[in-house]
Design a protein around this ligand. Structure first.
Ligand code: ABU
Length: 496
């Protein structure tokens, strides 16, 4: 019905209304089919092509034409695009820390795109500003703070950057106007297993990656507080100024929770800002059963928490939360008077944009707010508890099967790291030869798995450990049978 009909024939053109409705109905069918397939175990997780093959197969569909294409083609472009997408909501997608396709959050994202507004002022985002305020307040309450501040940011790395930025500002308020000139050597501390974004923050903020000290972790990947204290003392003796410590709540590979209370003791003793990066593992905050993993988090000065990870909000949704009320604004405000006029006809404290380091800011709040409304506190909690129950199930299955070896026996979060040892290697003695061979297994199995398109799991080396699989349980669609399926697939492909 759309042959010879163009985008210019839709709204806002007069008489475009009926065609626009029809176009959206067609589009909705395409989107719904994708959502349906994403939840259909008989459909593949992905239809893998190498980049050159995909370019060839998509052909003209990838190119930007000189003249308009009709809506028949545009709808076909949408279908074609989804055909090659990785179904991250598929119950057998375990590849990434953010996965699943929560239907209410998806509905929220559709509404967000329809409202198409910027988050910088109350003036143009009145409802969303109030929602952001409300959700941030609830998140702070869950952490255990009575007051404070925060903002949604584009991803955990940027939220972590905010933490470092505000900590540095508290230590040297003049840095905002005078820059780095005259500053002592500032040093920051994070565990060797923490996220790379802390090194990146060191580089971006002119602290220098050499001044981002990697603190030793124990066998489970948890920061050793005594090592932290030693490093702080050594830095001081060296004439540097320690200003920031990060404790991780759920490391990216091992899922380790650093001992926050003990780290907070060290920070208090040396008057250093404590940040907790629980971008990944922060979901436990809503579970009375698992919250003990972040015991002491209320003692932090700032916290990164990404609801798009364990809580299953659609991408992206990341918050930086602060215990301190006005620091974020003092640190970042530029008072642009074309945007943040102080003589507006409403309470301008609701113009939150001046606290951000961005100008334009996407609305990441509505989908989370809507999902929270739809689930309630109880629903969020049972989602988290269910993920941990699935972790237990998988650990038991791994123990019961031959050929699977654990990297960590009892992981704390819902990451599970393990090797698959093919039959032909099972009698090999531990040592470099075995490690060399084992290192090849996970990439080979992963490659075959992607080509088969049946399931997806990540792998990596870590320290001197050969490549191992990293299972992530965060997908709201996955069940015990999907875990069994994954292990069967690894076994099948591992013997090829
Ligand atoms: N911080 C993003 C982590 C991505 C992943 O490991 O799934």
């Amino acid at each position: 019905p759309f042959e010879g009909v163009y985008g210019r024939d839709l709204l806002p053109t007069p008489q475009g209304s009926a065609r626009t409705m029809q176009f959206f109905l067609e589009l909705t069918d395409i989107l719904m089919e994708y959502v349906r397939k994403s939840n259909d175990r008989s459909s593949k997780v992905l239809d893998f092509h190498h980049p050159h093959q995909l370019k060839e197969e998509m052909g003209h569909c990838l190119e930007l034409p000189e003249t308009a294409r009709d809506l028949e083609q545009i709808l076909s472009d949408c279908k074609e695009t989804l055909k090659y997408c990785v179904k991250t909501g598929h119950p057998r997608f375990f590849n990434q820390i953010s996965s699943g396709l929560d239907v209410i959050a998806l509905a929220g994202e559709w509404l967000t795109a329809t409202a198409n507004t910027n988050m910088f002022t109350y003036e143009i985002a009145p409802v969303f500003t109030l929602m952001e305020d409300m959700v941030l307040q609830r998140m702070r309450q869950v952490i255990g703070w009575e007051d404070g501040d925060g903002i949604f940011a584009p991803g955990g790395a940027i939220s972590n950057l905010y933490g470092v930025l505000v900590a540095r500002f508290r230590a040297n308020p003049d840095v905002k106007s005078k820059g780095l000139n005259g500053l002592p050597r500032m040093v920051m501390f994070t565990s060797e297993d923490s996220h790379f974004s802390f090194k990146s923050a060191g580089a971006v903020l002119g602290i220098g990656t050499d001044n981002v000290m990697a603190i030793k972790t124990d066998k489970r990947g948890k920061m050793i507080p005594a090592e932290l204290e030693k490093a702080i003392v050594a830095a001081k003796i060296d004439g540097a100024v320690p200003f920031f410590v990060n404790a991780t709540g759920g490391t990216t590979v091992y899922g380790a929770y650093d001992p926050i209370d003990e780290i907070a003791d060290v920070c208090e003793k040396h008057n250093i800002w404590l940040h907790v990066d629980c971008a990944w593992g922060g979901g436990v905050l809503v579970s009375s059963k698992h919250k003990h993993l972040v015991k002491g988090i209320h003692r932090a000065d700032s916290v990164t928490w990404n609801p798009h990870k364990m809580l299953g909000v659609t991408l992206q949704c990341s918050a930086i939360l602060l215990k301190h009320k006005d620091l974020l604004a003092h640190c970042n405000s530029m008072c642009a008077d074309y945007l943040f006029q102080q003589d507006k006809n409403y309470d301008v404290s609701y113009d939150t944009g001046d606290k951000a380091i961005q100008c334009g800011r996407h609305n990441d709040i509505f989908k989370f707010w809507l999902m929270w409304r739809a689930k309630g506190d109880a629903g969020l909690e049972s989602h988290i508890n269910r993920l941990f129950d699935l972790k237990r199930y998988m650990l038991d299955r791994l123990a019961a099967r031959e050929g699977f070896e654990m990297v960590l026996e009892e992981p704390e979060c819902t990451n599970i790291c393990f090797w698959y040892v093919p039959r032909c290697m099972r009698k090999m003695a531990p040592g470099p030869d075995r490690d060399y061979k084992l290192n090849l297994v996970a990439p080979r199995v992963k490659g075959l798995m992607m080509e088969a398109g049946t399931t997806m799991i990540g792998y990596q080396p870590h320290g001197n450990q050969p490549n191992f699989f990293r299972m992530i349980i965060s997908n709201n669609a996955s069940t015990k049978s999907d875990i069994d399926f994954l292990l069967d697939e690894i076994e099948r492909l591992g013997e090829e």
